[in-house]
Design a protein around this ligand. Sequence first.
Ligand code: CP
Length: 305
Amino acid sequence: MRHLINFKDWTPSEVESLVDKAIELKKTPERFRTSLQHKSLAMIFQKTSTRTRVSFEVAMTQLGGHALYLDWMTTQFKLAAISDEIKYLSRNVDCIVARLKRNVDLMEMASASSVPVINGCDNMYHPCQAVADLMTIKENKERLKGLKLVYIGVHNNVCNSLIEACTMTGLQIIAVTPIMHEPARDNILLEKAKATGLYTSTLDVREALKDADFVYTDSWVDMELFLDPKFKREKEERIRLMMPYQINAGLLEKSTALVMHDMPIHRGYEISSELIEGSNSLIYEQAENRLYSEKAILLRLISGI
Ligand code: CP
């Protein structure tokens, strides 16, 4: 049985075949209308979400199956042992997607589950986002190998999965990340990525952007912490350190790179408003592609297609 926690136990060809399946699902959705008939997906959320929740729920509907949303705070997950709740849940559903605060809890879920568990984003990884990112890149350039992506932002869960996915599929990735979000640190992942020769890091953002095909950013502060008074000082410090790295028209003056962001966006912080709707922006297309990517992941894990 496969899980999707990160890509550590996936091969490069398996990752790229998820991307190709997602593109196929986007082009010919009618062929897959009943592929997951009578199958159920449990969606457990400990944190807020728009895209992950919507895309998985709609994906199950469009594949002929059913999704049920479980809010951590209104279920017994809040009170009981994760493993007990998962041992029960996996007897009633065919797959579980979970957005949890801690990767260690997701790992506990996966080891207790008798059905595939998908990481809907935890503190360390966001593999579903990375599949949609690669899909968007391949749709636009018709290949992955040999392209160059520059990630500019805080080194976080999205950055980890992007580094992992790019280096597995032949994309060069340069990370311009003045801040490491410590809960996301995965030195093993980074060492493995470095060994491919495709991943480097620098703080020279203009040098990094030379010949870049894509420039990617993400919010500097998690959405739920952005409004949290307890995080106010840390937020202000991050903004101070990160503002020189904002993606804006000035920074991209000499670049033809296509602009990516996984959303949600903090307009005026990691990216200026004019770039979001600009002619080089792939942002909404990238978000839309979460749907087809989730379909590919669900089909692979539930039906082995
Ligand atoms: N990119 C992403 O995961 O969006 P949500 O947080 O809205 O699910």
